[in-house]
Every structure is written in C-alpha cells, then in structure tokens.
Design a protein around this ligand. Structure first.
Ligand code: SF4
Length: 210
C-alpha cells in the first residue's frame, strides 16, 4: 500500500475508532502487523488459554506461527487435532479469543458471516477477552457496504481457499446459494461490546486477509 493510500486509510480508521469507542469496544491502532503482533505478545498473560477463529489475517500476521507449540500458553490448536469440534467447544471457555472480522464499519460495528458458527459464538458469548484483528482493507462505510463486501470479496475468496464447490467460487460473487456446503449460515452484526471493553478491535494499516 503506498503512502497516499495509507494516509486515507489512517483517516478512515480514526473515524471508525471514535465510533467503536462510543459503542464500548476497546480499540488499538498500529501501522504494521509486526507492531500489532508485539502488542499481543505483551498483552496476553503467560499461562492463558487461547482459542482462535479461522482467519487469513491471523496467519498473515504470524499469530498462528507464534502460538503453535508455544510453551507459554495453552493454545487450543484447531490446526493440529483429531477432534476440531472439541477444540471449538473448549475455545468458548478460553481466557482469550483471537479472530478477525469480515468487515468493520466506519460507524462502529462489526459484521461477520460464519459457516460453522464457532467464531461468531465465541465473539458473542465466549471468552472474557476477544481481540479482533483487522487490516484497514476491512473498513467499509456502513452495514450495507459490509454485507456487500462479504458477498463480493470475503465469502467468495474463502470458498476458493477452502476448495468449496459453491457458485461464488467460480462466478466471483455470492449467488445466495442454500447448498449444504455453503459457508454462509450465520450473519452476525455486532453493534456494541455488551460488556464494555470485552471486545478489543485492533486496526492495522495494512491489507490483511479477505
Ligand atoms: S451463500 Fe453460497 S454463493 Fe453466497 S457466498 Fe455463501 S457459499 Fe458463496
């Protein structure tokens, strides 16, 4: 991302952060993914149990590599298990949950679409602390734009990533399928952090994930 675009994204992030704070979210801002990762390393207490939602942002930030096999934490590792469902349930009671969001609106809301629903369940009523890590590519004007972003970018790209034979994977945009293989079962709009500061949105001035 060039410096001019970064300046615009920074200004948009400032707007989003003001509104997110109004909605009782905790917020942080970093220019780079390395700074954001360092912040997590310094913020999460050693010995904490940590669950994660499926996320290209977490992969690209190096979060998964940091946690895998890390003796300082009880990582509920969804990527190396014979029983992923058990990990998903245990993650609901973890000390900390890490995830991204499909979109963050400039008026201070999160919007997520899930297939299994483990990620949005953890966001809504899971761990006492949830960190939501998002590149500025996830910023959109409002909820309508968030829905559009998921239909035109996030969901089709995730279908390709997951090798799903759903129409969006070949047509490039959502066809509102009702196939058993759809990854779009739960549409969740999070307007506020019901428990103040439980949900901590970390915005990063890079393009991360879809
Ligand atoms: S509803 Fe179906 S077509 Fe639309 S994005 Fe989801 S999986 Fe793709």
């Amino acid at each position: 991302m060039d410096d001019n675009l970064k300046a615009i994204q920074r200004a948009q992030a400032e707007t989003a952060i003001k509104r997110l704070k109004d909605h009782s979210f905790e917020t942080s801002w970093f220019e780079t993914k390395e700074e954001a990762l360092q912040y997590l390393k310094e913020s999460i207490l050693h010995g904490s149990s940590i669950g994660v939602g499926g996320s290209m942002t977490l992969e690209e930030m190096g979060v998964i590599a940091w946690l895998t096999g890390n003796p300082d934490y009880a990582f509920l590792d969804r990527y190396h298990t014979d029983d992923r469902e058990k990990i998903f349930h245990e993650s609901m009671n973890a000390d900390v949950y890490l995830m991204s969001s499909n979109a963050v609106t400039l008026d201070g809301c999160l919007y997520n679409v899930d297939g299994t629903g483990n990620r949005v369940a953890a966001l809504i009523y899971g761990p006492k602390k949830v960190y939501v890590l998002c590149g500025t590519n996830k910023l959109v004007n409002d909820v309508d734009s968030a829905v559009k972003r998921v239909k035109e970018i996030a969901a089709p790209a995730n279908n390709v990533r997951l090798h799903k034979d759903n129409p969006c994977a070949t047509l490039g945009s959502c066809m509102n399928c009702m196939r058993p293989t759809t990854i779009c079962n739960q549409f969740v709009l999070t307007r506020r952090s019901g428990t103040p500061n439980r949900i901590h949105v970390i915005l990063i001035n890079e393009s991360l994930g879809y």
